[in-house]
Design a protein. Structure first.
Lengths: 381, 536
């Protein structure tokens, strides 16, 4: 999978030299362009027309794909199976939700100029301290990255320092997101309790309910996915990435060679959490709500399934997996909602037992077979 | 005042006649005319007159008096259009089944429109309650005597106190005697009498506290002082009792955690396998109990006892199926095993939802397990929790025995410590894996059977316990049964201690955060494995 990247290149631009990255970016931008054209240029009622609902749905899938890339970064290249990435996703989403809440201003049901509706409902008379600043877009967008990053920093520092790894770490991350879910369900936390944050109106002045904004969000999510992908790719192809893979395969040996393993782990974990937060922030305006159910352990473990299905440690596999599973979910829950959990459960079992390398592994296998039949010319070089 | 005089009279008379009246069989009906007159006297508008009529009923030594008074209290004593009196047997719908108040013969159903209820007010209600309680004090049934003594606490007034004095002296039952003495003491304390205050010292009944509170405001400084001292003592006692209650609930919660976690500890400890479907195996155990009770209607106790082996078998068989079907293909890939078993847990949950119902099922608690063990007025321990606690300890002891004293246990320990070495010594590791997994799963089934007595049985039953059980295993130290026991019980107690001032949700969060921090200090749990096994 690793192409021979010349080490003289700048690390961030190095991924552009890779075939896999080029293909991925090509397909992604082609898809973005296609959907945009089919949405705008093809008249409504035409069979090829993509309506606003579908654009919105694709946008949602793309934000999930970015989340899956973040999980693949830590699981595929660092060997950390995080069952709590939903927490970072949700925190990023809440940061965005708080900004959107403040944008409502006095147009809420209760018409309070500052307080969101749920606070008026709870008879609060002033904004909690952590809500200050979220009326400014730059602050909120910074928080989208910083809040999950900070949580990951503290949590990761504690966990990696005492060398909690393997299934222990998985369970602890699950406990983390579970605890956060319980906390966010409480009204006293000041995040809207059960109902979460919703009833958003506009983002940076664009009406969230207009089709144009939806298309814009879809494209923005696609671009964010591309950037996130390039960043992750750059990290894993750098020297730091090599240390990560070494840690994944033999943590003790890497430590004995002299690397401070926990620092590498912490760095990558924090980057991954920030990407997850970004994905959450892009997700929230597209679905129009954020509530504590995003913290549920089930969601976090589903993300891992996307990655496993797509193929671990490939990054583009994570994107394929996220889109495939969520597309299947949309179809299934529409036709026969009862069967979805059966299908999901069966996917977990089948992927882990029969498809350990996921769809990407399958593709690679097919490609290799083809190459065996017709050996390409450059293979000799 | 008048009614109390009559009550007193009644008591004196009853003392003499109670036995003989009870001895007479109901076949003889002394003067129905007089009885009818007594009832007719109730059917007046003035509550004052009704009060006198009640007193008259009490004075008559009619053995049906208690039924009438009880029916009157419940609003079931009604008059028909043609002037007869009936007891409504069941209050439902339009037509009520009734019985003749005089002969007690069922009269079939009557329309509620043809019936006229004999109304009472609050004052009469109180009078009736005391009257029934006093009548009951002479009941041949000990239970009834005790309940009536309980009912008199705080209901006693001057006349009744005097009436009760000889009753207390004569009472055979220790419980009745102390209760009645307490009832009188409450009255005396409320009147500001020193004797009452002294008698109430150390009593934990809420009514006694109210009475002492009043006495503490008494004009007599000595009495007020004594009452205040007594109150402080009682508060102290109550605090201790509340502490004991918290401890009990904590241990009860802990025993559930131990039951849930101990099977997990075995499979995780031996095979390094995280079985995310462990909670669903518990759920299957709980559903087995429900199924057993459906198969044996009317015998919940027997069904529960039979579901102990049945729950074990069902969960163990499913466990073997999981091991053979999935886990054996994922040897040495613990994270993949985690995902695969999670998938199985989803399938099992959805299976139960589809096949049985997404709604909760109720499992009946057999009679010998319901109710509670009353230690004193402030502390009573529910029996079902006690049974579960005992059950958890028995299961724990049995597992200890299996691990320490049987060949299987020896092999399991060998495989845990060094799989390769154990295999070269001739232990069939694969067989040990299957047996261990079956054992761990079976214990999960047992946990489910026990849990069915404490909570609702539903498809989500297991999900709620999986994270907690892992916390227990991690906290206690993997592969150490004692660690699991200590960790489970202490986490249960910590949770219950935190709950009153932090709330249930926050307590849970605090415990989770505590464990996350604890792992920092001791990554291998409370009782870590030593030596090479720790490298796992």
């Amino acid at each position: 999978m690793m192409t021979q990247a010349t080490s003289s290149q700048f690390w961030l631009t190095r991924p552009f030299g890779e075939r896999a990255t080029q293909t991925f970016l090509g397909v992604l931008f082609a898809a973005l362009l296609l959907v945009t054209v089919l949405h705008l240029a093809v008249p409504q009622g035409h069979p090829l027309h993509v309506n606003a609902y579908t654009v919105n749905l694709f946008g949602k899938y793309l934000s999930y794909a970015l989340l899956a890339v973040a999980v693949d970064l830590v699981w595929g290249y660092l060997g950390i199976l995080s069952l709590g990435h939903g927490a970072f996703f949700a925190i990023g989403g809440y940061a965005m939700g708080m900004y959107l809440m403040r944008q409502i201003g006095d147009r809420g049901t209760y018409g309070h100029p500052v307080l969101p509706d749920f606070m008026v409902f709870l008879n609060w008379d002033s904004l909690p301290w952590y809500w200050h600043g979220f009326d400014m877009a730059w602050f909120a967008f910074a928080m989208v990255l910083l809040a999950p990053g900070l949580l990951a920093l503290v949590f990761g520092f504690l966990a990696f320092r005492s060398r909690v790894t393997g299934v222990y770490l998985s369970i602890i991350t699950q406990a983390l997101t579970f605890a956060l879910m319980l906390a966010f369900f409480r009204n006293e936390m000041g995040f809207g309790g059960n109902n979460g944050l919703t009833d958003f109106r506009e983002l940076l002045g664009f009406n969230l309910r207009s089709d144009a904004t939806r298309l814009g969000l879809f494209i923005a999510t696609g671009v964010a996915l591309a950037l996130g992908y390039i960043l992750c790719r750059a990290i894993v192809t750098s020297k730091l990435g090599r240390v990560c893979v070494a840690t994944r395969d033999a943590e003790a040996r890497t430590r004995f060679i002299g690397y401070r393993v926990e620092r590498f782990q912490l760095f990558v974990f924090v980057v991954s959490a920030m990407l997850a937060g970004l994905a959450g922030a892009l997700y929230v305006p597209q679905v129009g709500i954020i509530n504590p159910s995003e913290f549920s352990p089930l969601f976090s473990i589903e993300i891992v399934l996307w990655v496993a299905l797509g193929g671990r440690a490939t990054l583009y596999g994570a994107v394929i997996g996220a889109i495939l599973v969520n597309y299947a979910k949309t179809i299934f829950t529409g036709i026969m909602p009862d069967a979805w959990l059966f299908a999901l459960g069966a996917l977990f079992v089948l992927v882990t037992v029969l498809l350990p390398k996921g769809v990407a592994g399958l593709l690679g296998h097919l490609k290799r077979r083809k190459e065996d039949d017709h050996p390409p010319k450059e293979a000799a070089a | 005042m008048r009614r109390f005089l009559s009550l007193g009279l009644l008591c004196l008379m009853l003392l003499g006649t109670a036995v003989s009246a009870q001895a007479q069989s109901s076949s003889s009906t002394p003067d129905d005319q007089a009885a009818l007159a007594l009832l007719t006297a109730l059917d007046v508008d003035s509550y004052r007159d009704k009060g006198e009529a009640i007193a008259a009923i009490l004075q008559s030594d009619d053995e049906r008096a208690r039924d009438w008074l009880q029916a009157l209290l419940d609003g079931r004593l009604q008059r028909t259009d043609d002037g007869r009196f009936v007891l409504v047997l069941e209050n439902r719908g339009r037509d009520w089944p009734v019985a003749d108040a005089l002969t007690n013969e069922p009269l079939g159903e009557m329309s509620r429109r043809d019936l006229d209820r004999i109304g009472i007010n609050n004052a009469l209600r109180n009078q009736l309650r005391s009257a029934i309680a006093v009548v009951d004090l002479y009941s041949p049934n000990v239970e009834r005597r005790r309940t009536s003594a309980d009912r008199l606490l705080g209901e006693v007034d001057g006349e009744l106190a005097e009436t009760l004095a000889p009753v207390i002296a004569d009472a055979e039952d220790e419980y009745v005697r102390t209760r009645l003495a307490q009832a009188v003491a409450i009255y005396r304390a409320e009147q500001g009498e020193m004797a009452g205050v002294e008698a109430l010292t150390g009593s934990l009944h809420p009514r006694a506290r109210v009475a002492l509170g009043r006495a503490a405001n008494s004009d007599d400084p000595i009495v007020a002082d004594a009452a205040a001292t007594a109150l402080t003592g009682i508060e102290q006692q109550l605090k201790i009792n509340r502490g004991l209650e918290t401890l009990y609930f904590g241990l009860s919660l802990g025993s559930v955690l131990v039951l849930a976690a101990i099977g997990l500890a075995i499979t995780f400890g031996v095979m390094g396998v995280i079985n995310m479907a462990h909670g669903e195996l518990m759920m299957l155990g709980a559903y087995t109990t429900w199924m057993m009770q459906q198969l044996l209607p009317g015998q919940p106790g027997l069904a529960l006892i039979l579901s102990i082996p049945a729950g074990f078998m069902v969960a163990a068989l499913v466990g073997i199926a999981i091991e053979r079907g999935v886990i054996q293909f994922l040897k040495g890939r613990p994270l993949e095993t985690l995902l695969a078993t999670f998938g199985i847990s989803l399938i099992l949950q959805q299976l139960v939802r589809t096949v049985i119902s997404p709604l909760n099922r109720t499992v009946v608690t057999p009679e010998w397990m319901s109710g509670s063990l009353v230690i004193n007025d402030a502390l009573s321990l529910t029996l079902n929790r006690m049974f579960v606690l005992g059950f958890a300890l028995v299961v724990f002891a049995a597992l200890m025995l299996i691990m320490r004293r049987t060949r299987l246990g020896l092999e399991v320990r060998a495989v845990t410590q060094n799989r390769a070495m154990a295999r070269s010594m001739g232990i069939r590791a694969t067989r040990v894996d299957i047996m261990t997994f079956a054992l761990g799963s079976g214990v999960a089934g047992l946990a489910g059977v026990a849990l069915s007595q404490l909570t609702n049985v539903g498809p989500n039953l297991g999900q709620n316990y999986i994270i907690d059980s892992f916390m227990v295993v991690v906290f206690g130290g993997v592969g150490n049964l004692w660690g699991t026991l200590v960790a489970g019980l202490s986490l249960g107690v910590i949770n219950q201690v935190l709950e009153p001032w932090a709330g249930a949700v926050l307590a849970k969060i605090i415990v989770l955060v505590f464990i996350i921090l604890f792992i920092q200090k001791r990554p291998r749990g409370l009782f870590p494995q030593k030596g090479r096994a720790a490298e796992g």
